[in-house]
Write a protein that binds this ligand. Structure first.
Ligand SMILES: [Zn+2]
Length: 108
């Protein structure tokens, strides 16, 4: 999570929306939730207790909820298993093809 702050990463832009990326203190909440996306408040929050790897997966997972909603894929968006598989698969592919993704992301 320190990486997020160090790199000043504090939002996820999805289409025309900007979701604030917030780390919350798990000890303040008496439930099992460790991450979530709030469409009303345009916010993705992740628990401070998550390890780096889990935090990355959680951010991607919630970004996928946002992306599928943006694309109007409400049925897919409501399927937690599908959202997780797409998110984890995307993350795996991005890590395994860093040079390719750098090339794909170049705008000039
Ligand atoms: Zn989910």
């Amino acid at each position: 999570m320190e990486d997020l702050k160090a790199n000043k990463i504090d939002y996820v832009k999805i289409g025309d929306k900007r979701f604030n990326l917030v780390v919350f203190k798990k000890e303040n909440f008496n439930n099992d939730i460790t991450s979530q996306i709030d469409f009303q408040q345009s916010m993705i929050s992740i628990a401070d207790v998550l390890h780096e790897d889990e935090a990355k997966k959680s951010i991607m997972h919630n970004a996928m909820h946002g992306l599928l909603t943006f694309m109007g894929e409400d049925e897919l968006e409501e399927n937690e298993a599908v959202v997780s598989r797409i998110a984890n698969g995307m993350l795996m592919m991005m890590k395994d093809n860093q040079e390719l993704f750098k090339y794909l992301m170049k705008t000039d």
